[in-house]
Design a protein. Structure first.
Length: 291
């Protein structure tokens, strides 16, 4: 059973789009009843991205409102499944969030989707607690923990003030059962997601798309071995680190270069690396040979 097209919000496109109604069942009051109502159960599909959702529309005779011109117009009460949070997307690479933080973040989003604003306020506060727990930030209460996040230079002072705003909101929800407005929760959610991105996710994006400073030996060893495996370097070629890394040499923290080379020589000597061997030492420059 196919019915007419409508305009509705698409959670994938995150905007109002044209929708096709794939299936519809209508229930309504009897014509001779004293109170008239109608309820529609519909399966709808976005004509832009093909996303499918279920829509429940209900109307009764008293559901009217007035336009700016003073005209009376009918309106419906609509519910959608699965429930969504309009104009919002989960943070990218969410699987890289620590387990407990990921759980409380997802459950907070679910609370917002279902208009459980009191629980959402508690959840936003719990997000900060989960971050402090993961970062081993101590303190007898959340106020001190937030200040210690700043003191440990994990966040800026401005970010700390923003987190205190979430603390106030969450405390009012927990201790006073004060139900926050949706707008407040949306702003607080932006702050919490910004913190998650800065602490856990932005470095993943950077590593995938930008050159970053190398200050860990394993990162240094991996990029050297990757360069050694390049087709432009043939077996028997003897090169120093600058010649191997070429432009990427600038990425290695200068104060670590000497120690990294020493560790690499040790790993080769202990047979932990077998794709290269130790070459000559010329003018304090250690050379390596592709095996």
């Amino acid at each position: 059973m196919t019915t007419s097209n409508t305009k509705d919000y698409c959670p994938n496109c995150q905007q109002i789009t044209n929708h096709k109604c794939l299936f519809k069942i209508t229930e309504h009051s009897e014509h001779d009843s004293d109170f008239h109502w109608e309820e529609n159960y519909e399966t709808i599909q976005c004509l832009g991205c093909d996303n499918i959702q279920f829509r429940n529309r209900y109307h009764h005779e008293d559901m009217v409102r007035y336009t700016e011109e003073g005209y009376e117009e009918r309106f419906d009460e609509s519910k959608y499944y699965p429930k969504t949070l309009p104009s919002h997307s989960l943070v990218k690479n969410i699987s890289n969030l620590p387990g407990k933080l990921r759980t409380v973040y997802i459950e907070t989003i679910e609370a917002l989707k279902n208009n459980c604003y009191l629980l959402a306020g508690v959840g936003l506060r719990a997000i900060i607690e989960a971050i402090c727990l993961d970062q081993n930030i101590s303190g007898k209460n959340l106020e001190i923990k937030i200040n210690n996040l700043v003191r440990n230079k994990l966040i800026t002072e401005k970010d700390g003030k923003r987190l205190h705003s979430i603390r106030f909101l969450g405390n009012d929800s927990v201790h006073e059962m004060d139900v926050p407005k949706e707008k407040k929760l949306r702003v607080a959610l932006e702050i919490a997601e910004h913190l998650c991105k800065n602490l856990y996710l932005i470095d993943i994006e950077i590593d995938q798309h930008l050159d970053t400073i190398i200050s860990e030996y394993e990162d240094f060893k991996n990029i050297v071995l990757r360069k050694i495996r390049a087709t432009t370097i043939t077996v028997g070629d003897e090169l120093n680190i600058k010649e191997i890394l070429k432009k990427d040499f600038r990425r290695v923290e200068s104060s670590y270069v000497s120690n990294f080379i020493t560790q690499l020589v040790d790993d080769i000597g202990n047979n932990l690396v077998n794709t290269i061997s130790v070459g000559k030492l010329d003018n304090n420059q250690q050379y390596f040979i592709k095996s």
